[in-house]
Write a protein that binds this ligand. Structure first.
Ligand code: BG6
Ligand code: MG
Length: 215
């Protein structure tokens, strides 16, 4: 790949394990509506916007809803989710993340958040890592969710770095596709079976170094 000038991080499931809280909140809604929602079903929701996630969920439950019912369901899920994340602190930063962020900073590599979540700033504040980010692009700043590349292209633009010199870290299939659509190198976080389109896949940041990225 090209010289690395910036690293763009998804939030949920990459920096913190909030993917589990999204899953719990969606599962709670599904159960209340009378159907099951598995972790496998949940893979389709990762990286997807709140309303699009709800559409997928209702489709799985074969439930139809008008706009106002949709708004009410989304608000309910978000209220549960906000309750879960309000209890978060720095102990929920995933292993190895802070060391890797520090190494990037020490080497002059710019860092951006690239998340479609509207709750991203709350989480960054709760876990205390806002100061690592040179740019924060979240769901309040974009109009198109992943796999649209907007969230990553805006990050690169705000950092003043060419997309070809950016590396994206993502746990979602939709996020890897967004990175590809942005013309960026992608590192999948999780399982290679699920993140087949990523340039490379690592299980997490434990033991991750800049050198390993340059190989
Ligand atoms: C993404 C998550 O980061 O944010 C999705 O992977 C979630 O699961 C999306 O639906 C939107 O989040 P929020 O917090 O705005 O509902
Ligand atoms: Mg994610």
């Amino acid at each position: 790949m090209n010289e690395i000038k910036a690293c763009l991080f998804d939030l949920d499931g990459v920096i913190v394990d909030t993917a589990k809280y999204h899953y719990l909140a969606w599962k709670r809604l599904a159960n209340e509506l009378g159907f099951e929602f598995t972790e496998e079903d949940n893979e389709r929701l990762k990286g997807v916007s709140r309303m699009k996630s709800l559409e997928i969920l209702l489709e799985l439950g074969e439930i139809s809803a008008d706009d106002s019912a949709m708004e009410a369901y989304a608000a309910k899920k978000n209220a549960w989710y906000v309750e879960y994340i309000s209890k978060m602190d720095s102990s929920e930063i995933l292993p190895g993340v802070l060391d890797f962020l520090r190494e990037l900073k020490d080497n002059g590599i710019k860092i951006s958040l690239g998340s479609v979540s509207k709750n991203a700033m709350t989480i960054l504040n709760n876990v205390g890592i806002v100061e690592y980010f040179d740019a924060v692009i979240d769901g309040t700043k974009i109009t198109h969710a992943k796999p649209n590349p907007e969230v990553f292209l805006k990050g690169a633009e705000e950092l003043g770095v060419d997309p070809k010199e950016c590396v994206v870290f993502e746990d979602a299939q939709a996020g890897i596709e967004a990175a590809i659509n942005a013309g960026m190198y992608s590192v999948g976080i999780g399982s290679a079976d699920i993140l087949q389109k990523a340039n490379t896949v690592i299980p997490g940041f434990e033991g991750m170094t800049l050198d390993k990225l340059k190989l």
